[in-house]
Design a protein. Structure first.
Length: 81
């Protein structure tokens, strides 16, 4: 069974993240992913970037992943102070 820490590792290998938080129970996961790679991309395109980084693991290991994909500027606007 895959862990949130493993998913963080998979994403950090392929995606330059300034913030990454994964939570889940082994089958269903929630992620907050902040990366400059999302600049200028639609929500669908951002999710495609994440799916590309995870590759076959999305079909084989990770059954459900809900995600918030933000640019560093969007993240800064959400985080107080």
């Amino acid at each position: 069974m895959v862990t949130p820490e493993q998913i963080e590792g998979y994403l950090n290998e392929k995606l330059d993240c300034t913030h990454l938080a994964i939570d889940g129970d082994g089958a269903h996961f929630q992620a907050v992913i902040v990366s400059a790679a999302f600049e200028g991309k639609s929500r669908v395109q951002r999710h495609q970037v994440v799916y590309g980084a995870l590759g076959d693991r999305m079909r084989e290991e990770i059954h459900a992943l809900s995600m918030q994909t933000l640019t560093p500027a969007e993240w800064q606007a959400r985080v107080p102070g």
